[in-house]
Write a protein that binds this ligand. Structure first.
Ligand code: PMV
Length: 329
């Protein structure tokens, strides 16, 4: 019998970053992280388990992507085992934003994949269980199961079952906005997973990154609890720069930024110095994400849109977690 369902999940950006793995096989992160889920950056995914299929299939943004199947099938295998079936699946996924360019398409993509597949198989899994399975596809995907402000726990169990995300604060309790300055639409040169392994192997700053991380988590939780924007800006920018410093100090260097990335960072620092509540963060790609209060949004957008080299502006508020539904197939 054919079993099908669909899901929508949103991308997220980390305010305290995840960089490094404790267990590559189970994809357990070396550190926790704190993120916000973004309303406007979405993956819509349909999963059809069809007895006529001999292998899993993946179509991403209209293109067959056999290169992405290893991680997709790994997630599907966990769900097939829970459901007690071996049927292969056709996965069709679409992102409404550039794939693989540091906008966390793997976060929304794997969260939507796991949500749709679990629903198609009739598995009644809790959000925490979905988070644990989504983590196997991509560490940041564990966070996209939830909306608003989210904390990912690295955990320390050997089986990875205490490595999951959970909600910290609903988005409506502190409705921040995000203005993404897209500085390049190409796919990134070094995927985050290999970038992490390379940093852990060769960066002299990786040990310091691990050692100082728990303090950053505590400061960020406190800033969110007290809605203290200046404290959030200080810790989020420090975590971002520390992650990139660890990557840049790897041998050979891992530089995810381009010139426009640096100019946008400088501009956001200037804006904050002039009194605007805005902070920057950058992931494993050259895009700059400005996080600001709703009243600062127009000024931040206008300032970043005017930067030479910014090719697109994406604006979003904070969004909800995973949504699943039946589909016609
Ligand atoms: O989830 P992954 O494997 O794509 O790694 C995400 C890494 C960063 O985006 C750089 C940081 C983070 O916490 O999202």
């Amino acid at each position: 019998m054919i079993k099908a369902a669909a899901a929508r999940a949103r991308s997220n950006i980390a305010l305290v970053k995840y960089w490094g793995k404790a267990n590559g096989t189970l994809n357990v992160p070396a550190v926790g992280s704190i993120s916000i889920t973004l309303d406007a950056l979405r993956s819509d995914t349909e999963v059809v388990f069809d007895p006529a299929l001999e292998t899993d299939e993946l179509v991403l943004d209209g293109e067959p992507r056999p290169d992405g199947l290893v991680r997709v099938s790994a997630c599907l295998d966990i769900l097939r085992e829970l459901a007690g079936i071996g049927t292969r699946a056709a996965v069709v996924s679409r992102n409404n934003f550039p794939t693989g360019a540091g906008l966390a398409s793997s976060a929304s993509g794997f969260a939507a994949l796991v949500g749709a597949a679990a629903r198609a198989l009739g598995l009644e899994l809790s959000p925490r269980e979905l988070s644990i399975i989504a983590r196997r596809g991509s560490g940041s995907a564990a966070r996209s199961i939830f909306g608003g402000f989210v904390e990912m726990h690295a955990g320390n169990a050997r089986d990875g079952l205490d490595s999951y995300a959970e909600p910290l604060l609903p988005g409506k309790e502190w409705p921040l906005h995000v203005v993404v300055a897209v500085t390049s639409t190409g796919e990134k040169a070094v995927a985050s997973g290999s970038g992490m392994r390379h940093s852990a192997r060769s960066s002299p700053y990786y040990a310091a990154w691990l050692q100082t991380h728990p303090g950053d988590m505590a400061l960020c939780r406190q800033a969110i609890r007290t809605r203290d924007f200046d404290a959030l800006a200080e810790i989020a920018e420090a975590s971002c720069l520390k992650m990139h410093a660890a990557a840049m100090a790897a041998v050979p260097a891992l530089i995810y930024w381009n010139g426009t990335t640096v100019e946008c960072i400088n501009r956001i620092r200037q804006l904050r110095m002039s009194g605007l509540p805005v902070l920057f963060t950058v992931d494993a790609g050259p895009q700059v994400k400005a996080v600001c209060t709703p009243d600062a949004r127009a000024a931040v957008r206008d300032a970043l849109a005017a930067m030479p080299g910014v090719v697109e502006i994406i604006e979003t508020g904070l969004g909800p977690g995973l949504e699943t539904h039946e589909c016609a197939s």
